[in-house]
Design a protein around this ligand. Structure first.
Ligand SMILES: Cc1cc2nc3c(=O)[nH]c(=O)nc-3n(C[C@H](O)[C@H](O)[C@H](O)COP(=O)(O)OP(=O)(O)OC[C@H]3O[C@@H](n4cnc5c(N)ncnc54)[C@H](O)[C@@H]3O)c2cc1C
Length: 453
């Protein structure tokens, strides 16, 4: 097996090691003495090599999991012994930044943060800022259907992708189609946005970019409770304002993040942006929607900017080092009318271990994402796993019963395998048909969308 792969990509581009992503349960298993098995990791240098590896895998019935930065948090990367991993890191060229049409063409292995810095140097931005940005690749951002801190203004990855270049499991190639939009059939490339490597390999993308805004005005407000804060967020979005950032921290999350509030208060951090006059006028409009809240000035905005990447993979790993420790995040989304109940029920379900936080971000006119963090420390590894499992069970049940989505932006992987069919219902049949049609031998990531195909 190894020598066949070495013939395709070269000896130096194959190695053997355990591979996993940043799924907390995977980290906990490793800590408890159950490490991931060693697998062959293949690093193709271009489209032809990707195609040849897939053809070889199909001929030999070997499962292939594409890998970008490995920063996914759902166990979508968790290859079993005998499978292979396709490390996309060598496809790391930014091919074109078109400053007139505001598009960027790049390969899938380009690091998300490096791309943003290149764009910033030219006065441009992708506007896609997951907290994990430094550890991501463009291909991974696409395959997980990710969403960033500035999504209320620039949209999530599905709004940013104009078109894709993909290699299908039989080694055939689909090139990017013309933008900015097309009615020549459905937008088929969207099938790969969120497919978790289960349909094929994204090797490149054409992305929408933006000019950096002239000015940004950030402010903080203290609301008496979550309801009042959510009402303000909804009013802002429904007035047509598209803030760069808008995040509401419940009392526990605000305290955890060091916002100086009284006991029950929640913190709203909001930044408007654009041409200077527009950013200032929108900031005034936000202020009018925050009537009844206590103005906190610009300090919360500066504090948020300083700490925006604090939730890092390294920090997660460190927190999970001690035996018995558990920690995870669950990002749900629902319509505005459902959010207060979702908040109450999920906080109760995850609160058993001590740490239970929630903030609301990624706002739409119709609703918002509710992002929960929970954690604790148990006497034994099995108690830790049980407490962790109960928190997930409670959060997923609450989401499904209230009609919320079980994932706003982390995806499915192994973490949500048990619940994916409950959310998808009849759409599961559609996914199965697409998967079966494109990947009839089932060689692409067996853990994509929980592996239900
Ligand atoms: C601390 C922390 C904070 C995070 N914050 C956010 C956040 O704010 N928003 C957010 O959306 N996510 C967040 N995440 C999750 C994670 O960073 C994202 O899911 C990210 O999109 C993964 O990118 P990656 O390159 O690391 O993908 P990987 O983890 O390498 O892969 C993820 C999935 O994509 C598939 N894949 C990767 N590359 C390709 C390709 N070229 N073709 C086909 N399939 C491919 C893999 O098979 C796998 O199923 C966070 C993670 C951590 C650890």
């Amino acid at each position: 097996m190894r020598s066949s792969l070495e013939k395709i990509v070269g000896v130096a581009a194959v190695d053997e090691r355990p591979v996993r992503d940043m799924w907390p349960l995977g980290i906990m298993e490793e800590r408890a003495g159950n490490p991931s098995p060693k697998v062959l990791v293949v690093r193709p240098a271009g489209r032809e090599q990707v195609a040849e590896v897939l053809r070889w895998a199909a001929a030999n019935q070997v499962a292939v999991t594409p890998m970008g930065g490995g920063s996914g948090v759902c166990g979508a990367i968790g290859p079993a012994a005998g499978e292979i991993v396709l490390d996309m890191g060598a496809l790391d060229r930014v091919l074109e930044i078109d400053e007139t049409n505001l598009t960027c063409r790049c390969e899938a292995g380009v690091n998300g943060y490096a791309l943003e810095r290149q764009l910033n140097a030219r006065g441009l931005t992708l506007g896609h800022y997951p907290s994990s940005l430094p550890g991501t690749t463009v291909g991974g951002l696409i395959a997980t259907r990710s969403s960033g801190q500035e999504s209320s203004r620039y949209g999530s990855i599905e709004d940013i992708v104009v078109s894709l270049a993909v290699v299908l499991p039989d080694g055939s190639f689909a090139a990017p189609r013309p933008g900015p939009r097309s009615a020549v059939g459905p937008a088929l490339h969207q099938l790969f946005i969120g497919a978790e490597g289960g349909l094929g390999v994204v090797i490149g993308a054409v992305l929408r970019i933006h000019r950096l805004p002239e000015s940004t005005k950030g402010q903080g407000y203290a609301f008496k409770d979550v309801h009042a804060g959510l009402d303000c967020m909804r009013s802002v979005m429904q007035a047509g304002i598209r803030p760069l950032v808008m995040r509401l921290y419940d009392a526990e999350d605000a305290a955890f993040n060091g916002y100086d509030l009284s006991a029950e208060e929640c913190a709203l951090v909001v930044a408007t942006t654009g041409i200077t006059g527009v950013a200032a006028a929108e900031a005034e409009a936000v202020k009018s929607f925050a009537k009844g809240a206590r103005g906190l000035g610009e300090e919360p905005w500066h504090r948020w900017q300083k700490h925006r990447f604090d939730l890092s993979a390294e920090r997660l790993q460190t927190f999970l080092e001690p035996a018995g420790a558990y920690l995870d995040t669950i990002e749900l989304a629902s319509l505005w009318t459902v959010l207060p109940d979702l908040h109450t029920r999920v906080k109760a379900a995850i609160g058993v271990g001590g740490l239970a936080l929630c903030h609301f971000s990624h706002a739409y006119e119709q609703g918002c994402c509710a992002y929960f963090t929970f954690g604790g420390s148990a006497e034994t590894e099995s108690e830790a796993r049980a407490a962790y499992g109960r928190a997930w069970e409670g959060a997923m049940s609450a989401a499904l019963e209230l009609g919320a989505t079980i994932s706003h932006h982390h995806g499915v992987g192994q973490a949500r395998a048990r619940w994916v069919a409950d959310e998808l219902g009849g759409w599961m049949r559609v996914w199965q048909a697409v998967k079966g049609g494109i990947d009839p031998q089932g060689i692409m990531n067996p853990r994509a969308l929980g592996g239900r195909s």
